[in-house]
Design a protein around this ligand. Structure first.
Ligand code: FAD
Ligand code: FES
Length: 343
């Protein structure tokens, strides 16, 4: 008699994984991650397409319009965004058959180089080389699974044959399990599992200016993209003008400035590098820009440009809003949000 009021729960099957029961109104991505199914994602809010997947059977309700992230062809082939899809029936999902996503390597943490008070560069020597598109990320886990798997973006360009040494810029999140372990002396020399490579954050071929915005460890994929543009012989992108805005609270948050200067001096187009501090004490010797990175996005330079943003969610949201207001359409804005993975 009360069946009418029962909350509907559906089954989710992803590739060859056993079917799992979804919670009422749970998205495909959340259900998969909660059930320990490897499912790529970044922003979780329908903005990056990292969670793109194919709906093989069943019905879903889309929470947002995916048409500016997915091509007409993808939409006609039933591609959907896992983070924006709530099943309305049992569903079967296929993840893109991407060989880059099927690499699983074991490596050893060989070095931790301190970059700031809370960010270090973690260097991993892999047993076999791994291939990635600069800007992408990997899922990193401890072999004995004593800490939860977390995503980290590759911080440098990828060698043509794949890279045997990879690095991540890791920020120590207060009370963070994985980040603090990766930065501790305990992890040095330890074996880890690296799966990848994932994500849709990479340089698109274009002639427009690149507006890059980075905050915290979000500088990693931006450095990777810029280094790759310089190293690439077939992908000529260094004629493009670059505006790189790096945000921090105080001077102690800034790092890699010498390396950025070196990239800048080798770049063919105009390359403007602007560090911006939001909480540097007024009496300090800092004579650079103060405020938020978005305060320094100005009209004329933005026409025809593309945005590449990586950092805290609020910074990215503000950058998207400002760029839209300056007339840069959403489909020219690419970003990676280092979202909280504990939820
Ligand atoms: C696609 C992607 C790429 C990423 N790349 C990088 C990278 O290159 N470098 C890097 O340092 N991190 C990166 N991250 C974040 C990283 O995956 C972890 O989420 C982060 O290191 C925290 O994990 P943890 O286990 O230490 O903390 P947890 O144990 O998961 O969390 C500890 C506490 O901190 C809170 N918390 C966790 N993450 C955040 C956050 N981002 N903002 C606010 N509060 C938070 C949690 O709610 C919890 O209360 C990336 C995330 C994604 C999704
Ligand atoms: S669009 Fe789904 S994770 Fe970004």
């Amino acid at each position: 008699m009360f069946r009418f009021f029962e909350k509907k729960q559906f089954q989710l099957t992803v590739d060859d994984n056993p079917p799992v029961q979804l919670k009422h109104k749970e998205t495909i991505l959340n259900g998969a991650v909660r059930s320990d199914i490897e499912f790529p994602y970044s922003c979780k809010v329908g903005g990056c397409a990292a969670c793109k997947c194919k709906l093989v059977s069943g019905k879903i309700k889309a929470l947002t319009d995916a048409s500016y992230l997915l091509s007409k062809e993808e939409l006609s082939q039933n591609f959907i965004l896992g983070c924006q899809s709530i099943p309305k029936s049992d569903v079967v999902i296929e993840l893109p058959d991407d060989p880059l996503q099927q690499q699983e390597c074991i490596g050893t943490i060989v070095e931790q180089k301190v970059l700031t008070h809370d960010i270090s560069e973690v260097v991993v020597r892999l047993d076999i080389p791994m291939t990635y598109v600069p800007g992408q990320y990997a899922n990193v886990s401890v072999i004995d699974k004593s800490y939860p798997a977390r995503s980290y973006s590759f911080a440098h360009t990828c060698d043509v044959e794949g890279s045997s040494v990879i690095t991540f810029f890791v920020r120590a999140v207060p009370n963070g399990k994985m980040s603090n372990w990766l930065l501790s002396s305990e992890s040095l020399g330890k074996r880890i599992n690296v799966k990848g490579s994932f994500g849709e954050f990479y340089l698109r071929e274009s002639e427009g200016a690149m507006v890059c915005i980075a905050g915290g460890s979000g500088l990693a994929p931006i450095i990777s993209i810029l280094e790759n543009a310089l190293a690439s012989t077939e992908f000529q992108q260094t004629n493009r003008d670059v505006l790189l805005l790096v945000g921090g609270r105080t001077k102690k948050d800034l790092y890699y400035t010498e390396q950025i200067e070196s990239i800048r001096s080798s770049w063919d187009g105009k390359f403007t590098f602007l560090p911006v501090l939001s909480e540097e004490p007024a009496e300090s010797s800092w004579d650079g820009l103060r405020g938020f990175v978005t305060d320094f996005l100005e009209g004329d330079e933005m026409t025809g440009s593309e945005g590449y943003f990586c950092g805290p969610p609020l910074m990215i949201e503000a950058a998207i809003e400002k760029m839209n207001a300056l007339g840069v359409p959403k489909d020219k804005l690419f970003f990676d949000i280092f979202s909280d993975q504990s939820k």
